[in-house]
Design a protein around this ligand. Structure first.
Ligand SMILES: Cc1ncc(COP(=O)(O)O)c(C=O)c1O
Ligand SMILES: N[C@@H](CCCC[NH3+])C(=O)O
Length: 416
């Protein structure tokens, strides 16, 4: 399915034209579509049909409160990796009883807060973390709900920086050691074993790695049952990819039905943690051309968004489609490198793009709803961009552009 439609310069099925958004809120800004985000969450939820499941949206993909609130209203669960993400979920009206906490480095204060908030499950990634959590829960006089995240040693066939399920990666407990760690876990007084968790990587474009991981997790579930450890759910993490260029990832329907087939007849809930596939295509980065620069080697379009706003091209050499929203003033097409104002040669949004551009042309970088704003920074003392949510005929400013003053508000100089 083509996730994205442009009708009269609007986003998806929303009605507010992007040039109007640019003039009301300025550029660069992120623009999200409420209906697209809802559509994608519901696609996952409905695809499992009657099979007991929980969709825990991965907050790291896009943690804007309006996005979280839209999902909370649908009844979504949330996958968090820090206390900061937990507080965002709570502030957005999310249900703590549907929160899972992933990550290799949970601190004591984070465990404490998550326990008092009453989260659904800690996805524990090492024996040391398990002992620490048992200790913290003991001090609170509570039992911590736990799944162990196992590392199934499956090649996700994605960018090496975002593959997480290989033996050499820092994530999870080696699957061959899992039985031993479970045997220990069930003896701990403040640990309640609920499930088995894994997450093998992000931007996966085929089903086979998911199914290979599922098979290994199910084999472990069976071995645990033989030893008297009955788990209630398995968590398969996130990772389903989207189309940036010419990838053809499975749809949420295809993904869920392949999982359902393997799970049929089991008395196990399945939890998933999709991030990118819910919000990725529901957002764009809107930016304006400031200058054109023609050199004997290259044509540059210098835009007002930069690597601090959208890091994926610089970090992963990721391809984001760039489309003009308004016609260029000179109307001439060239191959352009679309670059930002940051002082790094790696500061580009796209290279060698055939575009008709002029000064003032508005462009979008598509598929920027996931890992766009959340990976942004203040590098070069650039204020973070505004975020706008479009909902039918209304556009709401859901995060103001930062002010320059706010960037040094917490700093101080040394006394005389
Ligand atoms: C533990 C965990 N769950 C879920 C996700 C979400 O992944 P994605 O955005 O690829 O669906 C990630 C990131 O890859 C993750 O590390
Ligand atoms: N930041 C990555 C995804 C990271 C997934 C986190 N576990 C990206 O933009 O593709």
């Amino acid at each position: 399915m083509d996730h994205f439609h442009y009708h009269d310069n609007t986003l998806w099925a929303e009605e507010v034209p992007l040039p109007e958004i640019a003039s009301r809120f300025g550029t660069p800004c992120y623009v999200y579509s409420r209906s697209m985000i809802e559509h994608q969450w519901q696609a996952f939820d409905q695809a499992f049909q009657e099979y007991p499941h929980r969709v825990c949206y991965a907050v790291k993909a896009n943690s804007n409160l309006a996005v979280l609130n839209i999902l909370a209203r649908l009844g979504s669960g949330f996958d968090i990796v820090s206390v900061g993400e937990l507080e965002r979920v709570l502030a957005a009206g999310g249900d703590p009883g549907q929160v899972v906490f992933s990550g290799v480095g949970k601190r004591a204060d984070e465990m404490h807060r998550a326990l008092t908030a009453g989260i659904a499950c800690f996805n524990v990634e090492s024996e040391a973390e398990l002992a620490h959590l048992n200790h913290i829960a003991g001090k609170l006089g509570r039992r911590a709900p736990v799944s162990l995240r196992v590392n199934p040693d499956v090649d996700a066939r994605t960018h090496p920086y975002i593959a997480t399920g290989l033996r050499e990666n820092k994530f999870g407990i080696e699957i061959d050691q899992a039985l031993e760690v479970y045997a220990h876990a069930v003896t701990l007084p403040y640990i309640d074993i609920l499930g088995v968790d894994c997450h093998i990587g992000s931007q996966l474009t085929s089903l086979s790695p998911f199914l290979a991981a599922l098979e290994r997790v199910l084999a472990l579930v069976d071995q645990l049952a033989e030893r008297g450890v009955e788990v209630r759910h398995i968590d398969l993490g996130g990772g389903l990819g989207i189309t940036y260029r010419d990838e053809t990832p499975p749809s949420p329907q295809q993904y869920a039905s392949a999982l359902r087939e393997k799970l049929a007849g089991r008395n196990l809930e399945v939890w998933i943690e999709p991030g990118r596939a819910i919000v990725g295509n529901g957002g764009v980065l809107l930016t304006r051309v400031e200058y054109l620069k023609h050199t004997p080697q290259k044509n540059f379009a210098i835009v007002d968004a930069a690597m601090n706003d959208l890091l994926r091209p610089a970090l992963y050499d990721a391809w984001q489609e760039i489309i003009p929203v308004t016609i260029g003033t000179d109307g001439q097409s060239h191959f352009f490198d679309v670059v930002g104002p940051v002082c790094e040669t790696g500061d580009f949004l796209g290279k060698q793009r055939h575009l008709a551009l002029g000064v003032g042309t508005l462009l979008v970088a598509r598929a920027a709803g996931a890992y766009g704003f959340t990976m942004s920074s203040n590098y070069n003392s650039r204020p973070r961009a505004a975020e706008v949510m479009v909902d039918g005929s209304e556009a709401y400013l859901v995060r103001k552009r930062e002010t320059v003053e706010s960037l040094y508000a917490g700093e101080s100089i040394l006394p005389e």
